[in-house]
Ligand binder design. Structure first.
Ligand SMILES: [Ca+2]
Length: 192
C-alpha cells in the first residue's frame, strides 16, 4: 500500500494552462478580463477589466474557481527579482507605463500581454503597468485592500519590492483590475 501511495503522483501538481506555476502556486498569466458571466479570464489580447471594487475583483476570481491573489502571492510572481524580468530598471517602451519624462505612450489600457519584454522570467505579463491590480490582504495582517503595479498613466516603484499602495476604501472602484491565483492541483493520471 505504501508503495502504491508512493507511486501516485502526489507531488505532481499542476496549474491550468492560462496560469504560470511557481512551485505550488498558480498565478494568472494576464490581468483579468471579466466575461459577461462574471468569470475572470486570463487571456492575451483583451482589455483588462477595471472599475472593480475589491469585492467585485475577488468575486470574479471566485467565479473562475480561483482567488484574488494574496499580496505576498502577487509579489512572488516576480520570482524574488527586483523587477519581473530581472535587476535592470525598465527602459522606455518596455512596459505599459509613462516614460521617464512622464509622457504617456498610451491613451488607454493596452491589450493584455502586448508588452512581452515587460513580462516576468516565468511569463507573468503586465505586473508592472497597464492596469493597477487589487491584492487580498495577507492572512494575519491588518485588513487592508491594496493595489499594486502601477498603471498605463502612472509609473511607480518596482512592483516587486515597493510597498503596495493602500487604497482609501475597498469599495473604491477606480482603474483597478484583478489577477487571480490558485493552488496547483494534483494531476491525476486518469485526468490527463
Ligand atoms: Ca498590471
Amino acid at each position: 500500500m505504501i508503495a502504491l501511495l508512493a507511486w501516485l503522483p502526489a507531488c505532481d501538481k499542476r496549474c491550468p494552462e492560462e496560469m504560470v506555476q511557481l512551485g505550488e502556486l498558480c498565478i494568472d498569466r494576464y490581468e483579468a478580463s471579466v466575461a459577461a458571466d462574471g468569470r475572470a479570464r486570463s487571456l492575451p489580447g483583451l482589455k483588462p477589466t477595471v472599475g472593480l471594487t475589491h469585492a467585485q475583483a475577488a468575486a470574479a476570481c471566485r467565479s473562475a474557481s480561483k482567488r484574488l491573489c494574496y499580496d505576498h502571492e502577487w509579489v512572488a510572481a516576480c520570482g524574488g527579482r527586483e523587477w519581473p524580468w530581472g535587476s535592470e530598471a525598465p527602459v522606455d517602451g518596455q512596459c505599459p507605463v509613462p516614460n521617464a519624462n512622464g509622457d504617456k505612450p498610451l491613451d488607454d489600457l493596452a491589450l493584455t500581454g502586448s508588452f512581452p519584454r515587460c513580462g516576468s522570467v516565468e511569463g507573468v505579463q503586465d505586473l508592472y503597468g497597464n492596469a493597477w491590480e487589487w491584492t487580498a490582504p495577507d492572512p494575519g495582517t491588518p485588513s487592508a485592500s491594496a493595489k499594486r503595479g502601477g498603471a498605463w498613466y502612472v509609473a511607480g516603484p518596482s512592483p516587486c519590492t515597493g510597498a503596495p499602495f493602500i487604497m482609501h476604501d475597498p469599495g473604491f472602484a477606480g482603474t483597478i483590475a484583478a489577477r487571480c491565483c490558485s493552488d496547483a492541483r494534483v494531476a491525476w493520471p486518469w485526468a490527463r
